[in-house]
Design a protein around this ligand. Structure first.
Ligand SMILES: [Zn+2]
Length: 412
């Protein structure tokens, strides 16, 4: 196990060294560094004995075929794109653990009742085209043609990037895996939160991924001189937004076991010390495992915003940008994973839900999904301080081996 842990760490370091920016990890979709990291993953997959190819969108697929007639596909995956100034574990850890699971099957000559697909998804973070899950949506057959026209900050379209890197974008549709042919999906990922640190556990089960709604909120009042305009005659857009922000916090705290609510990005216009803010634009991000409850919260907050708008005579625009329903992890796959955790001698099988989105969200459209969270130091992610200890990587490998053995046993 020690040698494999060393190999995973070496490979994490090798991928971290490939970046578009000096002195930090930066591999947005379709860039030179992104392509080079994909090349390296292909080399490792081929070396492991997998039949390897890069698809049109840029997913790297390594397949170990089953000898069983009419065998279905089991997918293990995570993503190889990163945010700017990323850590080295978010994404690559799940791919490399998947590759080790395939290697374990090959080394032990285990007959498999399903075709094993190790997939490194090309884009999950969506940092270049503001579209999360580009890679997994292509595999699930949910890639939307309109995304091809999206442009990055330099005005380069997704279509241009695909044409430059792979050729014909119309091939994307034919490269998906159909629901009928899909047995299941497994993804290991760093937790990106503090629960495992607090509980002093290396890994845990994921029971589901939260539904998420993102709203753009615009408040338009009247700008004026900060020194001359009387307080009782103002239509201050920032004060309206501030009152709303406290309402968002309040509802979040009131339902803290099943809701998180955040205003994370805010633009104040004109953003000048001596001018009353005339316009404020901000985001609203609300997440819950309960889809109906989330919808209800969205309506309550919209109603509250309308009231504030009326009371303060500040105009409101409410724009829902994105809604993803929640994903429940599959009971049977969870049972296999639980066995894997118990057999690895971990004292407790903890189950938590994921507030962050993962490729499993997209793959859940074609397969039952399962996820394992791995402890990361202080719950920090999307940051160079992201860290997983070698001991926890070793434990994760053990859990993954146990899981795949149990899955093979169950389907044989
Ligand atoms: Zn990730």
């Amino acid at each position: 196990m020690k040698l494999r842990t060393d190999r995973v760490i070496e490979r994490l370091n090798a991928l971290a060294a490939i970046s578009d920016t000096t002195n930090c990890i930066d591999r947005a979709y379709g860039t030179e560094a992104h392509t080079a990291s994909g090349d390296l993953l292909m080399t490792w997959m081929s070396k492991a004995g997998l039949h390897t190819k890069r698809d049109t969108i840029g997913n790297i697929k390594g397949v170990l075929s089953s000898k069983v007639v009419d065998a279905k596909h089991f997918i293990i995956g995570s993503h190889y794109d990163t945010v700017f100034d990323a850590g080295k574990y978010d994404g690559p850890l799940g791919i490399l653990l998947g590759l080790e699971m395939a290697q374990y099957i090959i080394n032990n000559d285990l007959p498999i009742p399903f075709h094993l697909n190790v997939i490194a998804f090309a884009d999950e973070e969506g940092s270049r085209f503001n579209t999360a899950y580009l890679g997994s949506s292509a595999i699930a057959g949910f890639f939307e043609k309109s995304w091809l026209q999206r442009k990055d900050d330099e005005g380069i379209s997704l279509q241009t990037v695909i044409q430059k890197n792979s050729g014909i974008s119309s091939n994307i549709d034919s490269e998906s895996i159909s629901k009928e042919n899909c047995l299941g999906y497994f993804e290991a990922h760093i937790e990106q939160g503090p629960v495992l640190c607090n509980e002093n556990l290396p890994v845990c089960l994921v029971n589901g991924i939260a539904s998420q709604t993102r709203v753009d909120v615009h408040w338009t009042g009247i700008s004026g001189h900060a020194g001359t305009y009387p307080m009782n005659q103002r239509n201050d857009a920032l004060c309206a937004a501030a009152e709303f922000a406290l309402a968002v916090e309040s509802i979040g705290k009131e339902h803290q076991t099943k809701l998180v609510a955040t205003i994370g990005k805010l633009n104040v216009i004109p953003n000048t010390p001596n001018v009353i803010p005339g316009k404020v634009e901000h985001t609203l991000d609300i997440r819950s495992l309960d889809d109906n409850f989330l919808m209800e919260v969205g309506q309550i907050l919209e109603q509250r915003a309308k009231e504030i708008s009326k009371e303060r005579k500040v105009n409101l625009v409410w724009n829902i940008m994105q809604t993803n329903t929640s994903v429940q992890c599959d009971k049977n796959l969870k049972r296999c994973l639980k066995t894997g955790i118990e057999k690895a001698g971990i004292r407790q099988v903890l189950e938590i839900s994921s507030g962050a989105g993962h490729d499993a969200v997209m793959i859940s459209k074609i397969a039952p999904v399962s996820m394992l969270f791995v402890r990361c130091k202080d719950g920090i992610s999307h940051n160079p301080l992201e860290y997983v200890t070698p001991e926890d990587i070793e434990k994760s490998l053990e859990v993954c081996d146990n899981f795949i053995k149990e899955l093979i046993h169950q389907n044989s």
